[in-house]
Design a protein around this ligand. Structure first.
Ligand SMILES: *[C@@H]1O[C@H](CO)[C@@H](O)[C@H](O)[C@H]1NC(C)=O
Ligand SMILES: *[C@@H]1O[C@H](CO)[C@@H](O)[C@H](O)[C@H]1NC(C)=O
Ligand SMILES: *[C@@H]1O[C@H](CO)[C@@H](O)[C@H](O)[C@H]1NC(C)=O
Ligand SMILES: *[C@@H]1O[C@H](CO)[C@@H](O)[C@H](O)[C@H]1NC(C)=O
Ligand SMILES: *[C@@H]1O[C@H](CO)[C@@H](O)[C@H](O)[C@H]1NC(C)=O
Ligand SMILES: *[C@@H]1O[C@H](CO)[C@@H](O)[C@H](O)[C@H]1NC(C)=O
Length: 540
């Protein structure tokens, strides 16, 4: 084997030298590109400006695609009345009992129908289900299983004693999901950004994005291409009228410009999005199970999130993953984070954790770094407890107010600059700003981050605590939707599955909570999220 490889290698080198002597470097590059089949991507319409094969294997990409595969309608929609109509759907309890005890599981059957009441015959509707009790401020999440024939099955665990009711929502019809998918893959430019170029008193603003295909098709407009040296991440701006590319100073969100047809709009309309479906209104009464088992395993990296991952009771989340703790007082939190350097990177949903910790622990003092209120970076310290807490936005793309682009660091670059160790906690979340791009863009970003995580863990002998906050429920439109977030989240979990990292599942926590879905969950949810996080920072 080895000698064969060596021979091939030598032949290749000779070939290369010959080629270099014969052609210009441009020809050499295009020649290599043509002989290697490395340009796999889900659709040919999207034109991401990189080759995914440089980041992950074809095998992994194929398995990720299989993971997020979503059934398509069997034929093209000829009228909006053929779309799944939440008011015509129905859920029923399968063989209900008179009495239940804690630990039992309730099975729910969902039947999808179109606006004429005709049962659907294919899958793909995006439902969310939970069991809850308003009086006890209790709830838990149930995964909706697609039977691919117009019916869906949900298993709901009965986890607290007392009354409980089932609730099933249609978030998007299967037809709406197709719109979201097509928009995601075909129009990466539906959210665009502004680049501010400045020399002296001259400022010029242009359109920027992670993908240049939208402006380059059929035009000869010049672009400024920015390549991050640490990660290879790319960013593009139209060339400013007079200023040079290297005079780029600020970045901001530009605007929304999705190209959505009237039919597509009606499929995504409010009246058919996030609607409770009719069904069994009975209250099941759950009796106390005396032999209630409590979790005994420690909260350590590498645990896989079960369904359900836990439940609310009196608005307090009990995890079924591991032995969590309660951090009611500032002192308890302070003792937990003592002697830690906590670096948080991500979007505004993780900024909520930073803000929560600041209000919870008065001894944590925030420095005024005179940075953007939206994208930071922020830093807080407690010199007595020797705590340093940072939050910063993840790198571009980022929808934010005008901010120096140099303040927006890629997660992988930040990690590369850390030695790590037992006093280091790294937390990140990344999804909400990627819902408008083809899946390849997200997978590429994650693969770069994963490489940095592996290196960090390796050089610190797994002593560094790496925590990944999952996506949460929120938006339901073409720019950001629970279906889009859910897809990204599945990819993220799969790509970090076998690593020595903690995944904090906030999807279930936000999907089943009594408050309406909100991209920025209310304080009561954030408190539970942070308590779960802290349980991993100082496991008992
Ligand atoms: C290139 O890869 C794609 C995606 O796996 C595959 O379908 C295609 O057959 C390959 N083409 C060649 C020439 O190997
Ligand atoms: C259900 O629970 C009630 C109240 O505890 C009890 O009286 C009744 O016998 C139970 N029924 C069955 C079928 O177990
Ligand atoms: C109580 O819960 C345990 C664990 O879920 C189960 O094995 C047991 O059968 C339950 N007991 C009763 C009386 O339902
Ligand atoms: C749909 O599939 C489920 C699971 O395989 C099955 O139980 C059910 O009877 C099927 N329903 C119809 C209408 O085909
Ligand atoms: C909008 O979409 C339609 C249909 O897909 C297409 O024909 C049209 O060219 C698009 N317009 C723009 C500005 O992209
Ligand atoms: C770090 O964790 C990974 C995954 O759990 C494991 O395979 C590896 O052996 C660990 N390395 C050390 C040095 O403990």
């Amino acid at each position: 084997m080895r000698t064969t490889h060596q021979i091939i290698f030598i032949i290749l080198i000779i070939l290369c030298i010959t080629l270099i002597m014969k052609y210009t470097s441009f020809q050499l590059l295009s020649g290599l590109g043509a002989t290697q089949n490395t340009t796999f991507r889900p659709t040919d319409e999207s034109s991401t400006s990189f080759t995914l094969a440089d980041f992950i294997s074809l095998e992994e990409w194929t398995s990720l695609l299989a993971l997020v595969e979503w059934p398509s309608p069997t034929h093209k929609l000829s009228s909006p009345v053929e779309a799944t109509d939440p008011t015509k759907c129905l859920f029923t309890l399968v063989s209900p009992d008179v009495n239940y005890t804690v630990g039992n599981v309730l099975t729910v059957q969902v039947v999808a129908r179109d606006a004429t009441g005709k049962p659907k015959t294919h899958g793909g509707d995006f439902f969310q289900a939970k069991i809850y009790s308003t009086e006890q401020r209790a709830s838990t999440y149930g995964e909706v299983i697609d039977n691919y024939n117009g019916t869906y099955t949900v298993q709901l665990a009965l986890l607290w004693p007392g009354p409980a009711k089932v609730l099933v929502r249609l978030i998007h019809s299967s037809e709406a999901v197709q719109v979201l998918r097509r928009q995601r893959e075909q129009y990466p430019d539906k959210v665009f950004f502004t680049g501010y170029f400045k020399v002296g008193n001259v400022e010029e603003t242009v359109v920027c994005n992670a993908d240049r295909s939208a402006w380059l098709a059929g035009s000869s407009k010049s672009v400024c291409k920015f390549t991050d040296l640490g990660t290879g991440e790319l960013w593009f701006c139209q060339k400013p009228p007079s200023l040079p590319c290297d005079s780029w100073v600020h970045h901001s969100f530009g605007g929304y410009r999705a190209n959505v047809s009237t039919t597509e709009n009606s499929l995504l309309s409010k009246s058919s999005t996030d609607v409770k479906i009719p069904g069994s209104d009975v209250t099941v009464n759950v009796l106390q199970n005396i032999s209630k088992t409590s979790k005994t395993n420690k909260c350590l990296p590498g645990l896989e999130t079960p369904v359900p991952a836990g439940f609310y009771f009196q608005d307090k989340w009990t995890s079924l993953l591991c032995k969590t703790q309660s951090f009611t007082s500032a002192d308890q939190v302070s003792a937990c984070i003592k002697d830690k350097q906590i670096l948080m990177m991500g979007d505004s949903t993780l900024r909520q954790w930073f803000e929560y910790l600041l209000t919870k622990v008065p001894s944590l003092k925030k420095l005024n770094l005179h940075t953007s209120e939206q994208s930071g970076p922020f830093e807080a310290v407690d010199t007595t407890a020797n705590v340093r807490l940072e939050w910063r936005a993840h790198g571009l793309p980022l929808r934010t107010s005008k901010t120096p682009w140099a303040d927006l660091h890629y997660i992988a670059n930040e990690m590369k600059d850390l030695a790590g160790g037992e006093h280091t906690v790294v937390v990140f979340t990344i999804w909400a700003h990627f819902t408008t791009y083809p899946l390849t863009v997200y997978v590429r970003r994650l693969s770069i981050i994963r490489k940095a995580v592996i290196a960090l863990l390796q050089r610190s002998s797994n002593q560094t605590l790496v925590v990944i906050k999952s996506a949460n429920t929120g938006y339901k439109d073409v720019y950001g939707s629970d279906w889009l977030s859910w897809q990204l989240d599945r990819v993220l979990r799969a790509m970090f599955k076998d690593l020595h990292v903690v995944i904090i599942d906030v999807w279930q926590m936000t999907s089943c909570h009594s408050s309406p879905d909100n991209i920025h969950p209310p304080a009561v949810v954030i408190e539970n999220e942070v308590e779960l996080f802290l349980s991993f920072v100082c496991p008992k």
